[in-house]
Structure formats: C-alpha cells, structure tokens
Design a protein around this ligand. Structure first.
Ligand code: SAM
Length: 230
C-alpha cells in the first residue's frame, strides 16, 4: 500500500479496513475547529495566514493569472478553510468530505457566506472526481494521509483534470522528518515524507510551481509543506 516502515507500528494490510477505520475515527470527532485540528485550534490563524500568503500571488488580485471564480476544498471537514481562506477570496466554493456529520454542521459554522458554497459533496477522495475544468483552485489540506499510495496518485491525476485554465492545485500536508512513511493506527492515516509526496506528484504528471514550509507552528508538530501544482 505505502512505503514499508521499519517501526513497530501496526501496518494496514487491508485497504477496506484502512478506509473504514479512518471513517470511524472521524465520525467520533466533534464538529468544531478544535476537532478538525486534533486539539490544536490555536494554530488555525497561523495556518490560514500562511495559506493566504502562499495562494495570493497565484491570483489575478496578487498579480498572478489564476481567476477567483470557483474553488474546491478537499477533506473540508466543517469548512474551516472554506470559511476563513476560500470564501474571502473566491466567488463560489465547493466542499468534498467523507463525513456527513461535518457537512451537516458546515452551513451553520460558515454562517451567512455559506450561500456562496454551491456543493457539499459527501464522498471519500478515493472515489471523488472533480468536474473537468471546473476549479480555479483545488485546496487539499490535512487529508491525503487518509489515502493509499495508489489512490493518492490517481486523485492527483483527477485534480489536474479538474483545474480551469490557469488553475492551481494546492497540497498542504504534514511530512515525516525521515524518509519513512509512518502509520498512525488511531486515525488510520499515513504521514509521508516530503519526497514520497513529490514522487506521487511526479507520477501523476503534476509540475511543482511553488513550494514552501509553513512557518510559526509549535516545534513539536510535524513540519508542514505547501505545494502549488499544475
Ligand atoms: C484533520 S481534518 C482536516 C479538515 C480540514 N481540511 C481542515 O484543515 O480544517 C481531516 C478531514 O479529512 C476527512 N477525511 C478523512 N479521510 C477522508 C477521505 N478518504 N476522503 C475525504 N475526506 C476524508 C475527515 O473526515 C476530516 O474532516
């Protein structure tokens, strides 16, 4: 499924169980910002500010060539990123999330501006295909560890197809400090190395046009990288 690990962690050998366990874990989590961030609500403003600074130069308002008509938030949860990053920058936002409970809370959490959230797709990313050419920006954050290596590459390919002309696909993920992929059997997710993500992007035919490490997070958390892809 993924790169081998030399740790003693239990390693998933059954794909269905890997996805079922992830689903079960998230269904037990409160539909709140703190729930989305595993108890680290306090890092949300730093995260959003880092994302804004990364994204803005791509957009026409930031002197780039990407339109600001429509964005997609992947693994959106209750819509933390939709509300605080995407709706302030885009006319319309779609969300895709596997857990119906989170989507049920989304419009209340987002508030008045949720009228500009067009679609709430309840679907695992492993099964989701963005409509071809629909999105100026596809944002995927803190969810790709829940996909197998094979599904990661195929999801990347479908996201490339989902981009509008001059669109950009942004991946923002934790990366492990070593070359190894680590498996967390609490939430059934992989933490991949940066190289492992880059290899999957290359396999999918994506080009990395910008890359940056998120600054200002507590030192005891995984490093977080942002990639701008086309
Ligand atoms: C750590 S939370 C992050 C939520 C949001 N991206 C944010 O940063 O606020 C992970 C989210 O991914 C969702 N998720 C987990 N596995 C998924 C999958 N296979 N497909 C789609 N969403 C998934 C979870 O239900 C949860 O809402």
């Amino acid at each position: 499924m993924a790169d081998g690990s030399d740790s003693d962690e239990p390693w998933p050998d059954d794909e269905q169980k890997f996805y079922d366990d992830g689903k079960e874990y998230w269904s037990s989590i409160n539909p709140s910002v703190d729930g989305m961030l595993g108890g680290f609500e306090k890092i949300s403003p730093t995260d959003i500010n880092g994302s804004k600074a990364f994204l803005r130069p791509f957009l026409k308002v930031g002197k780039g060539n990407t339109n600001n008509h429509r964005a997609l938030d992947c693994g959106s949860g209750i819509g933390r990123i939709t509300k605080r990053l995407l709706l302030p920058m885009f006319d319309q936002v779609d969300m895709v999330e596997q857990c119906q409970k989170f989507l049920d809370s989304a419009r209340t959490f987002i508030g008045q501006e949720s009228s500009r959230v067009e679609n709430l797709f309840c679907c695992g990313l492993q099964d989701f295909t963005p409509e071809e050419g629909r999105y100026d920006v596809i944002w995927s954050q803190w969810v790709l560890g829940h996909l197998t290596d094979e599904h990661l590459v195929s999801f990347f390919k479908r996201c490339k197809q989902g981009l509008a002309p001059n669109g950009v696909f942004i991946v923002k993920e934790n990366v492990s400090g070593s070359d190894d992929t680590q498996f967390d059997d609490v939430d059934s997710s992989f933490t991949r190395s940066k190289d492992s993500y880059v290899r999957a992007m290359m396999k999918a035919g994506l080009t990395i046009v910008k890359e940056e490490k998120q600054r200002g997070f507590p030192k005891d958390l995984y490093s977080v990288y942002m990639f701008g892809l086309r």
